[in-house]
Design a protein around this ligand. Structure first.
Ligand code: IPE
Ligand code: IPE
Ligand code: MG
Length: 248
């Protein structure tokens, strides 16, 4: 029996976030350059998007490029930016056909202008779609995002739009780039690394974490279904006792 058949409809996560890791190691294992791994990683993105669509999941956030990734060799960064443009170009028709709404979080304005332009066009082209919201985290890091949120809060406070009594966890959320997006229920990281690498630190306070040794280019639909199956076996207590959760 496949994992998909074992899934329970009313325990589906609303938001799945993925740290797509292991492209470089995947390529190296095959005796290829790192960029070969990134190119093959696009297949895993397609699989994951389709699988989320099949399960009618509302949000899928993919960590595609971190603030820290700017420190990689220029050759790799340039190749990744090029790949981003070609992938958006190649996939846009299919995404639109499947009712996927593309969104982006991160320092989008800091991306090369051609990437920025391509991305914005794809975002507006799919803005009316009502299926899966696919959120790409690009030039994103959580500390950058929190710093920007605090900066804006200070500006608004100085202008009298906010007072210290207005501060709440919801208010802080509304200043993050993920404003309006529910917190992830499930966070997946591939490639066996057991860390968060500056991803959605504020938003994953109560997310369920799932780590797999599978390298990102090998990640397929069944891997996603397995992760969600694993998630569905857990009891989310949010600080309460198990007895409180199970009392109906
Ligand atoms: C993830 O794969 C993709 C990006 C961070 C852009 P890596 O490129 O980090 O692959 P490894 O971790 O070196 O194997
Ligand atoms: C995290 O992967 C960032 C993305 C998946 C985009 P990294 O490969 O950059 O993370 P570290 O450096 O191993 O923590
Ligand atoms: Mg990595």
């Amino acid at each position: 029996m496949s994992y998909k058949e074992k899934l329970v409809k009313d325990r589906m996560p609303h938001h799945v976030a993925v740290i797509m890791d292991g492209n470089g190691r995947w390529a190296k294992k095959k005796g290829n350059a790192r960029i070969f791994g990134h190119k093959n990683g696009v297949n895993a993105v397609r699989e994951t998007v389709e699988a989320c669509g099949e399960l009618q999941i509302d949000y899928l956030t993919l960590y595609a490029f971190s603030t820290e990734n700017w420190n990689r060799p220029k050759l790799e960064v340039d190749a990744l930016m090029k790949l981003l443009i070609s992938s958006i170009n190649n996939e846009l028709g299919n995404l639109d056909k499947n009712n996927v709404k593309l969104m982006a979080i991160g320092n989008i304005a800091g991306l090369p202008s051609n990437v920025h332009k391509e991305l914005n066009q794809a975002i507006s082209a799919t803005s009316k779609n009502t299926g899966l919201s696919l959120v790409l985290a690009l030039s994103y890091s959580s500390r950058w995002e929190i710093q920007e949120a605090i900066r804006q809060i200070v500006v608004d406070a100085k202008q009298g739009k906010l007072s210290e009594n207005d501060l709440s966890s919801d208010l802080i959320s509304s200043y993050l780039t993920t404003s309006g997006i529910p917190d992830p229920d499930l966070l997946i990281r591939t490639s066996g690394e057991l860390r968060i690498s500056n991803f959605l630190l504020y938003q994953i306070a109560y997310s369920e974490l799932y780590f797999t040794d599978t390298l990102w280019p090998d990640f397929c639909k069944e891997d996603l279904f397995e992760a969600i199956y694993n998630y569905q076996q857990r009891e989310r207590r949010f600080g309460k006792t198990g007895e409180q959760i199970n009392r109906h």
